[in-house]
Design a protein around this ligand. Structure first.
Ligand code: SF4
Length: 362
């Protein structure tokens, strides 16, 4: 009877208004948002339109002062334990706790990690929903079971709770030396770009490439790189000529790509095209490529031949600064941070954060 949680739950079952109080609590289990890990995705799934957990009067809510349920979504670390406890303390009584996921039960796949705490050591838990991750059906089952518990009065016997000394639970026994993260290691000064013909078993491809080379008549060189993959090397000057010839069979651009070969002071521009209109060519991807100097990154746009290249060309301008001539929308920014210039160029630098963790950084 000294257990405050039991006392508060008992309130639901006392007095003349008991049926109304129980009915109200049962159908208004509002859960405070406390997403700690990947189980949160399953919680979102449970409350989304497919499963629609709101049908049982349960609803996710942003403020702990108007909620009466915590659904602990997976892992609780020592840092989050304080937030969990603080949230629980601020919720009005009577309140309930459901813990979902193997991580919340016994640590799950982090069972031997130095910073994992069992939620049941921080707050009184009414139900555990096992699984990694638990399914939306599992979580709904937990909510329905909690409703039953509220209605029947079982809560008095199951929600055992001993007040915890948070400092003891959270005590870090072994203090490990913390080091600031290091800058990424440079892997290769001059990475090799290898796009070469490959001898693969693809009979249709061999005759297709022979015909293609005759059609191109020296405007570009086509070769097989894999089954259903053809590569054409050409120049910036003859690129549109090659594109025109290909457009007779290939009706759309799948992707536009730029490779920054900084050590050779050039960009490689690649268009990959495919066909929806020819059944035979449908699985075939043809990439047309040409090189341009880094100092003058301009390239002819193909939107008059393949309109679907439009937004991809604009994207490549945002990322690499390659200007596609004759695309009227060129320069209309796609990036979320429009003030950032050419972030995918190899020489793009982001400001280094200043780590101050005590002692000198390496
Ligand atoms: S139980 Fe599985 S899904 Fe849930 S938090 Fe842990 S690892 Fe993620």
């Amino acid at each position: 009877m000294n257990d405050p949680n039991i006392k508060n739950i008992k309130f639901l079952h006392s007095g003349l208004l008991s049926p109304v109080k129980k009915w109200g609590a049962k159908w208004s289990l509002w859960a405070v948002h406390l997403v700690t890990s990947c189980c949160g995705v399953e919680l979102a799934h449970t409350y989304a339109s497919g499963y629609d957990a709101e049908r049982w009067g349960t609803l996710n809510f942003g403020m702990m002062r108007q909620t009466n349920l915590i659904i602990v979504e997976g892992t609780i670390s020592k840092k989050m334990a304080k937030a969990l406890r603080m949230t629980w303390e601020q919720m009005p009584d009577p309140k309930f706790v459901i813990v979902m996921g193997a991580c919340g039960l016994e640590g799950g796949l982090f069972w031997n990690s130095y910073h994992i705490v069992k939620p049941s050591e921080i707050v009184p838990v009414d139900y555990f929903v096992p699984g990694c991750p638990p399914t939306p059906e599992g979580l709904m089952r937990g909510i329905l079971a909690l409703q039953k518990k509220i209605e029947s009065g079982e809560a008095k016997a199951t929600a055992k709770y001993q007040p915890v000394r948070l400092e003891e639970v959270l005590e870090i026994k072994e203090v490990k030396e913390r080091k600031p993260p290091k800058s990424p290691v440079k892997i290769a000064e001059k990475p090799e770009i290898k796009i070469e013909p490959r001898d693969v078993e693809w009979e249709f491809g061999k005759s297709f490439v022979d015909e293609l080379n005759q059609k191109l008549a020296g405007a570009g060189e086509a070769f097989i790189t894999d089954v259903n993959r053809v590569y054409i090397r050409t120049t910036k000057e003859r690129f549109l000529e090659v594109a025109e010839k290909l457009s007779e069979d290939f009706d759309h651009v799948k992707s536009v790509n730029v490779i920054d070969v900084i050590h050779e002071d050039k960009f490689i521009v690649e268009y990959t095209v495919s066909s929806y209109s020819s059944k035979e060519l449908m699985p075939v991807l043809v990439t047309i490529s040409a090189e341009i100097p880094r100092s003058n990154p301009r390239f002819p746009s193909v939107i008059d031949i393949w309109p679907s290249a439009d937004y991809q060309e604009r994207e490549m301008y945002d990322f690499f600064g390659v200007w596609f001539e004759n695309n009227p929308a060129m320069g209309e920014k796609f990036l979320i941070a429009p003030e950032v210039e050419t972030p995918l160029r190899k020489d793009f630098k982001i400001p280094q954060p200043n780590y101050v963790l005590g002692g000198e950084s390496e």
